[in-house]
Design a binder for this molecule. Structure first.
Ligand code: PGA
Length: 259
């Protein structure tokens, strides 16, 4: 059995007002099976406007779900209208921060350089980045998947220490699989996750390679999760659409239990 504890993360994207988010997280706490839940770690990533409300519910009901954010700025404070800093998130009890999601890279101008700054700022604030990498359909067809994702990984992790790399989460999310209902095959997800782990080992050493958790993301649901997360180098899932349905999301969590 892998020494790494799987992490299943719900990326709610730009869905759910704070009132709706409260309902979803309450339903999720019922849907997650009671009893020993420690085998799988779970995080939810509401919009910024719902973070405080969700945090209050998680704390009050002692729900063992970690609070996550979808993005962060790299400065602790300053004249950055509209941005949210790592210090602000850490103060709210945020534990995981998604950085470099492909929707931000593709539609909002996020560069590798920004992703690197955000990732290091997240670590500096004591939180854990979930660093997203993934290839387009054209890149996959051209046989460039590994080159692309390893390149993104190196750019995102530039300047990171081995001990920091060991506690990172990397999400392998093929862009053509996000929100499309198409997933990588379990064998493809395993091959890319293994290539990412080898790349971490080559640059940051064996402890980092053994410690870094690699999620698969892209149309994960309660039906396909077990096969994808069951791969030896896949340590959980980053779930978009299905995470908005607490019952489906809880089923993905159950499917991620190590067997
Ligand atoms: P999806 O999104 O599960 O809806 O494909 C995954 C993601 O974008 O993180």
């Amino acid at each position: 059995m892998s020494p790494r504890r799987p992490l299943v993360s719900g990326n709610w994207k730009m869905h759910l007002t704070h009132l709706e988010a409260i309902q979803v997280v309450q339903k999720l706490s019922y849907a997650l099976e009671r009893g020993p839940q420690g085998a799988v770690e779970v995080s939810v990533h509401p919009a910024f406007t719902a973070l405080r409300s969700v945090q209050t519910v998680l704390d009050a009901d002692e729900i063992s779900v970690a609070l996550g954010a979808q993005d962060v700025h790299w400065e602790d404070s300053g004249p950055w209208t509209g941005e949210v800093s790592p210090v602000m998130l850490a103060k709210l009890g945020v534990r995981y921060v998604i950085v470099g999601h492909s929707e931000r890279r593709q539609h909002l101008g996020e560069t590798d350089g920004w992703v690197n700054r955000k990732l290091r700022a997240t670590l500096r604030a004591g939180m854990t980045p979930i660093c997203c990498v993934g290839e387009t359909a054209e890149q996959r067809d051209a046989g460039r998947t590994e080159e692309v994702v390893v390149g993104q990984l190196h750019a995102a992790l530039a300047g990171v220490e081995p001990a920091e790399a060991a506690r990172l989460v990397v999400a392998y999310e093929p862009i053509w699989a996000i929100g499309t209902g198409r997933t990588a095959t379990p064998a493809d997800a395993q091959a890319v996750a293994a290539a990412l782990r080898v790349a971490v080992g080559e640059r940051w050493g064996p402890d980092a390679a053994g410690g870094v958790r690699i999620q698969y993301g892209g149309s994960v649901n309660e039906r396909n999760a077990a096969d994808l997360v069951g791969q030896p180098d896949v340590d959980g899932a980053l779930v978009g659409g299905a995470s908005l349905d607490p019952v489906a999301f809880a089923a993905v969590v159950a499917a991620a239990r190590p067997r």
